[in-house]
Design a protein around this ligand. Structure first.
Ligand code: MN
Length: 208
């Protein structure tokens, strides 16, 4: 994501119905065309009168958020986060998904979470533990170690110097039409459509 101001909403890398039956077509339309679009529009509006920051990428805005003018810090945090987090979420979906991460990410998953099943349990518990709106994440720290964490709202691990590999949006708008209030059912469906190749590519880009 090397894009900078004015930011645009990239098309989904697959048809809206591609995640059926795990994520319904209407949810994908609303989530991409309305929710993500709103974050893009808000971010552009916030940055409009701040040309000094028009060359910064989304990643840079999030990493250097605390050095921005105080009056736009919260807006950038929420909206650059909203854009980055959603682009990552959509890019990490693939149907049919993959049973397990490819080599060598599978070995790292085994190292930090015992095995893939241990990862699934820990990631599921993290996603269930988000109170209200937020995300569960698989991230790497600066040494390449893997961690599972959660964030509230549209906060992004990049702002804490952690590097996202994979995320799961657990805002209700991501699943309410199909799964109603059953977040656990949504999480379990999501495990059928994880794009592990993308997560592995995200790691490879950081630690070639
Ligand atoms: Mn969302």
């Amino acid at each position: 994501m090397n894009e900078h101001y004015p930011f645009t909403n990239p098309p989904l890398p697959y048809p809206y119905e591609a995640m059926e039956p795990y994520i319904d077509t209407l949810t994908m339309h609303l989530h991409h065309d309305r929710h993500l679009q709103t974050y893009v529009d808000n971010l552009n509006r916030i940055l409009k009168d701040y040309p000094a920051y028009h060359q910064l990428s989304l990643e840079e805005l999030l990493m250097y958020q605390k050095s921005l003018p105080p009056e736009i810090q919260t807006g950038v945090r929420n909206n650059a986060g909203g854009v980055y987090n959603h682009i990552m979420y959509f890019s990490c979906l693939k149907n049919p998904g993959m049973e397990e991460p490819p080599h060598p990410l599978n070995q790292m998953i085994a190292k930090y979470f015992k095995d893939y099943s241990g990862f699934q349990t820990e990631f599921t518990n993290a996603a269930l533990s988000v109170f209200g709106s937020g995300y569960a994440w698989l991230v790497a720290d600066a040494f390449g170690r893997l961690l599972i964490l959660t964030s509230a709202n549209q906060d992004c691990p990049l702002s804490e110097n952690l590097f996202p590999l994979l995320n799961l949006d657990v805002w209700e708008h991501a699943y309410y039409l199909k799964h109603y209030n059953e977040r656990a059912a949504y999480i379990s469906d999501w495990f059928h459509i994880v794009n592990w190749d993308q997560a592995a590519a995200n790691y490879q880009m950081l630690f070639p």
